[in-house]
Design a protein around this ligand. Structure first.
Ligand code: SF4
Length: 256
């Protein structure tokens, strides 16, 4: 990526965290200078956001923060985002929902699963993927060697579409900025999109999920693996092995 593109993305990130009320933001190791590495610096680092004009930082001067400080920062940023959503009535999905399903998991998660939208059980419990399809996803997560609370799980839209219909394009367009902010805060190493709507919304393509799945693509420079939705697997258990193959690639990517 060119320097001016890097600076533009950094500027947007700083503005985003300023909007949330933060004076400082963590940046990933990608910004760490070689000299900082040579000095044995590790972990994540901070950039002051309270500048009227944002100039190129000197990486070797960044103070280091610990993983727990970063987790605390991300927890606060997610809470600020949830407060911003409030009792959202920005799209018509608010009319029939019981609860907003914000998402849950580890704020420092390396792996993030993104589905389509809450179903009946999720709407009642205000938690993502807790119905039958969710139980299958939880089993898959555990087979990969994670506990459910070691990953982060969210959806494209945060309110249940009536009758479990697909969310409409307008509903996705209105709600998706909240998810984009969640991804910006968590900054996982790998995203797994579950099902057609999730892949299409995140990637901006219309390719059939059966053709998309199994190959890494990118969402904002984060590797994204599209795969089938667990609800599809409940109807088509013979395709579970395809998802398992996709997840092996995810594990390899995380190791790298
Ligand atoms: S789906 Fe999203 S935008 Fe629509 S009401 Fe719910 S939280 Fe708001």
């Amino acid at each position: 990526m060119k320097n001016d593109e890097v600076m533009e993305r950094l500027k947007k990130s700083l503005e985003f965290y300023q909007e949330l009320g933060f004076k400082y933001m963590p940046v990933q190791l990608a910004l760490k200078s070689k000299s900082a590495e040579e000095q044995g610096r590790g972990g994540e680092e901070l950039i002051e956001t309270k500048n009227d004009s944002i100039s190129a930082p000197k990486p070797s001067t960044f103070p280091t923060v610990t993983t727990s400080e970063l987790q605390s920062f991300r927890t606060s940023a997610l809470k600020a985002l949830r407060d911003e959503i409030g009792d959202c009535r920005r799209c018509k999905l608010c009319n029939a929902r019981k609860n907003i399903v914000f998402g849950e998991g580890l704020p420092n998660a390396e792996l993030m699963f993104i589905g389509e939208g809450p179903g009946r059980d999720e709407d009642i419990q205000a938690r993502p993927f807790v119905g039958e399809a969710g139980q299958l996803l939880t089993k898959l997560i555990e087979k990969l060697g994670f506990k459910r609370d070691e990953v982060y799980i969210a959806n494209i839209v945060k309110c249940r579409p009536p009758g479990n219909r697909e969310p409409e394009a307008e509903e996705v367009a209105i709600c998706k900025p909240f998810l984009e902010k969640q991804i910006e805060i968590i900054r996982p190493k790998v995203i797994v999109s579950l099902g057609k709507i999730s892949a299409h919304s995140l990637l901006g393509v219309k390719t059939q999920i059966s053709r998309l799945r199994g190959n890494f693509l990118k969402y904002d420079d984060i590797p994204l693996m599209p795969t089938f939705h667990p609800a599809y697997l409940l109807r088509n258990p013979k395709d579970k092995w395809l998802v398992w193959n996709d997840m092996q690639k995810v594990i390899e990517k995380l190791k790298n």
